[in-house]
Design a protein. Structure first.
Length: 208
């Protein structure tokens, strides 16, 4: 089951939470669902040059939409004297209905965030770095930051090889079947000159 089920959805209501928090019974459901997707795509596209966005939480009430951006570089999101966040808010207001509030929270240890680790590996692969070096650097940094275990898989035409293959790297323990285990997971698709390389990252932070 650990290979078939997303570790995040598998642990919802145990030690994970939803990234979108709202409920509606009427036609707002489809509109809000499309809005959530557009909001995430817009924020991610603004900062895709370098991996900085760890998570985007969206919470809706009857009269307010609150967007919380968890980032490794709060200064890059906020901008000089708040110019960046004001411009982002004006763009988001064009695709959302009703009042909007944006919060920015800085991630204390980006090495323990699976999304940032996976995107950083993908970024380095796009720069034609050797995949073993990129993965082993990520493993070392994550374990040094306090993780109990890390598992990284890369698949595709690694280092531009003719045949695609899958490589797996494990450091420490990653108990995927233990529900109380706090495991972060993310899957990234890295664009390289040889094609798309898939990067999967599991980070075990201990039990909750």
């Amino acid at each position: 089951m650990g290979q078939k089920v997303n570790p995040i959805s598998y642990r919802l209501q145990v030690n994970k939470d939803w990234t979108s928090k709202w409920f509606t019974r009427n036609d707002n459901f489809k509109n809000w669902l499309v809005e959530d997707t557009k909001i995430r795509e817009l924020i991610e596209s603004r900062f895709k040059a370098r991996p900085t966005i760890a998570r985007i939480d969206i919470e809706r009430s009857s009269n307010l939409t609150t967007i919380t951006i968890h980032t490794a570089k709060a200064g890059a999101v906020i901008g000089k004297q708040g110019a960046g966040i004001n411009q982002l808010k004006s763009e988001l207001e064009k695709i959302t209905t009703g009042p909007l509030r944006i919060n920015v929270e800085e991630v204390k240890k980006p090495e323990l965030n699976a999304k940032l680790v996976a995107e950083n590996i993908g970024f380095q692969l796009g720069k034609r770095m050797n995949f073993r070096r990129a993965v082993k650097m990520a493993l070392q940094n994550t374990m040094s930051a306090g993780a109990k275990g890390v598992r990284i898989e890369v698949a595709g035409r690694l280092n531009g090889a003719e045949m695609s293959r899958r490589e797996k790297f494990i450091e420490g323990s990653v108990p995927l079947h233990t529900l109380r285990a706090n495991i972060d997971f993310y899957c990234e698709h890295a664009q390289t000159i040889a094609g798309v390389i898939g990067v999967k990252v599991w980070i075990y932070k201990g039990e909750k």
